[in-house]
Unconditional design. Sequence first.
Length: 304
Amino acid sequence: MKIIFLFIDGLGLGGPDPAVNPCMDASLNILRFCEDGKSGQDASHGGVMVPADACLGVSGLPQSASGQTALLTGVNASKMLGRHLPGYPNEALRNVLREHSIFKRISEAGLQGAFANAYRPLFFRLKEATRWRLSATTVATLSADLPFFSTDRLQEGQGLYHDLTNEALIARGFDVPRRTPAQAGRVLKGIADSYDFILFEYFLTDRAGHGQDRMMALREMQKLDAFVASLIDAIDPEGTLLLLASDHGNIEDLSVKTHTRNRVPVFAWGEGRRRIAAEVRTIQDVTPVILRLFADSAAPGTPS
């Protein structure tokens, strides 16, 4: 089987009021949701959605470094540290990612994985020690000694920039194609065809939440909605799992500029979706379920 994992930063389950929660806007077709307390509920287009705990038994607001480490390793990083850690992983979390990152575990299982986000030339000029001090997704990729996609190959459909459309690169003077979110989804599907596991990170949702700008937040949700819809249409539901998960809440409550303690949605479409619904209860559960799905994918009678 193949797994396409969309990590969406700062996407939680909020209330039903679209004035506060852009995830409840009527313009959304796929990602229109709110917290209703149910687990394993049906989502649009034959998918499922599980509300997952992001607090992991630790007081305070969930944060990026610890939440992303938990999501990408299955280790309760917040409990290990005794607190939620914002920003980029510290040395303790880097060590967890070095040993347990999903990319490393997949590589050890003889499978091929890739991080689909394309990096600008500046990244490739950084010293290796500096790269290890960047985002959890970067450290997770380094842990498996995987190559990074570059913006130089975006024209060839090799990699996606973090905004999906390449607008940010074009504004910087890069000669890259302008894409719609739906086109970006088809590009990611094309990349995924060459791998067993592909991860794409989208963090503009978190920025929009911090900005408390409803129009900006709604634009980001609309982009993401169209992107996910194109992926759902493109994948083979009998052989591919499309998975979407977040590290903590934020954009779903524009009444505050901080993260939230809300549960986060874990969406799944295609092969293995029922396993996701049955086995995910916290963000710490996501990587272990992915690994079990790969291990069991050859077994007959596995429920989808």
